[in-house]
Design a protein around this ligand. Structure first.
Ligand code: LLP
Length: 420
């Protein structure tokens, strides 16, 4: 079980608070996060790279709640953003603009303008078209955009699902290495942009350090080639993707990643940027859900919960595994192989399949673990289901950091054209 979640007298606690009491106050489905987990994991990752001049730019897409961003900003974190909305969130939460990097293949002119006006640290540019547009917008606004080119290092990274593999050739991500020198030359000639760094992101949920070493060496080769051409870069961004243990296996140690990286960078004079999302917040969160019904059908046991794929998309979208625990242990409870499923009208609506576990009874609360990353942030209102509330636990105190949506929220902004 992730640290900061433990049973005390048969009741599952998040830090010092029984999750049942969170549910009693805030209802279900509910995301609950451990503050200590977030701070500890960020600290461990940062310390592992201590020998280097470095910036941790937390990947906002993993969990963009304002309170969590503010907590991370307070710890000195920057932000890796992929949209104008994430820029808005990061700035609102007090992330310093000079610690923000802007990733993504499809930035619009409006988004580029907003980031230029904010004075962010770096634009991770993914195509010639984007570079030209950014230069044009920079000139128009009388600003010079600091640029890294995101390189596609053509690495088959070992991620658990094809959807989170981004470092190989045939993806939409990055610029082929062979095109990089010409684009850097263009970037150094164009007014409105200034090439300052190099960037790669090879995928997500990577638990081995090898692919990072490979990616780094590839980037360093390019940096060296550019230096010979008189283009001197200052930053190297290795992206995010550091994996966490969803099942019983143990988490990769940050030192394992650092050992693959630090020796090659320590004398380079380059500043390292990392964009972790999941590693920082994944283990910090549980999704708490109430069992509505237990139904035996077609030789199977279905545990039907009040959380569905709209609240937690990962199992359905990536066939991902999340540990499921009862909020309260019941002695002598019979075990069975169950599907934990949601209320949504889709067969793909499940939280866990074929799981051997104590068969719960209606009314009981379950905790779906390691849902702090890409849990709430991927939630939707599909089936007109308001999105869950979020609470942040610190010691024996819990604070609501996002109220549960209501039906009014669901229709806000819609026009009922036929009303008269
Ligand atoms: N930097 C870039 C450019 C990225 O595209 C991503 C994730 C990250 C950093 C952060 O990756 P992390 O450290 O969190 O692995 N929704 C999926 C993951 C997709 C991630 C997309 N990009 C999931 O639930 O597993």
């Amino acid at each position: 079980m992730p640290t900061n979640f433990a049973y005390r007298e048969g009741r599952l606690h998040c830090e010092g608070v029984a999750v049942e009491s969170l549910v009693a106050e805030h209802g279900t489905p509910l995301y609950a996060y451990s503050r200590r987990s977030i701070v500890d994991r960020l600290g461990a990752l940062d310390r592992a790279f201590e020998p280097l001049d470095r910036l941790i730019a937390y990947s906002v897409k993993a969990n963009g709640n304002l309170s969590i961003l503010r907590l991370l900003a307070g710890e000195g974190c920057g932000a890796d953003i992929v949209s104008g909305g994430e820029l808005y969130r990061a700035l609102k939460a007090g992330v310093r603009p000079d610690r923000i990097v802007f990733s993504g293949v499809g930035k619009t002119a409006t988004e580029l303008d907003a980031a230029l006006n904010a004075g962010i640290l770096c634009f991770n540019v993914e195509s010639e078209g984007e570079l030209r547009l950014l230069a044009e917008r920079g000139r128009k606004l009388g600003r010079t955009a600091p640029v890294s080119l995101r390189i596609n290092p053509d690495i088959e990274s070992p991620t658990p699902h094809a959807y989170t593999r981004t470092g190989h050739r045939a993806t939409k991500f990055g610029i082929p290495s062979e095109d990089a020198p010409a684009l850097y030359r263009l970037a150094s000639e164009l007014d409105g942009v200034d090439p300052v760094g190099i960037d790669a992101h090879i995928g997500s949920q990577i638990v081995e350090p090898g692919p990072y070493r490979q990616s780094l060496l590839h980037l360093l080769d390019l940096v060296e080639g550019l230096r010979r051409q008189g283009i001197e870069l200052r930053t190297l961004d290795l992206g995010g993707g550091f994996g966490v243990a969803y099942d019983a296996e143990s988490d990769p140690e940050p030192s394992a990643f650092a050992d693959a990286v630090v020796p090659h960078l320590v004398t380079s004079g380059l500043r390292l940027i990392l964009e972790p999302g999941r590693y920082v917040v994944g283990h910090a969160g549980v999704l708490l859900t109430r069992v509505l019904y237990v139904k035996r059908s077609g030789g199977k046991i279905f545990v039907i919960t009040d959380a569905g794929m709209n609240d937690l998309l990962r199992p359905s979208h990536y066939s991902s595994y999340h540990r499921v625990d009862p909020a309260r242990r019941v002695e002598g409870r019979g075990s069975g192989r169950v599907d934990v499923v949601g209320p949504i009208c889709e067969s793909g609506d499940f939280l866990a399949l074929d799981r051997e576990m104590p068969v719960p009874e209606p009314g009981e609360v379950l905790a779906i673990h390691t849902t702090g990353a890409y849990g709430f942030s991927m939630a939707s209102t599909y089936n007109a289901r308001p999105r869950p509330a979020e609470v942040l636990v610190e010691g024996d105190r819990a604070r609501l950091i996002r109220r549960r949506e209501d039906y009014e929220d669901l229709v806000r902004g819609e026009e009922d054209l036929l009303i008269e």
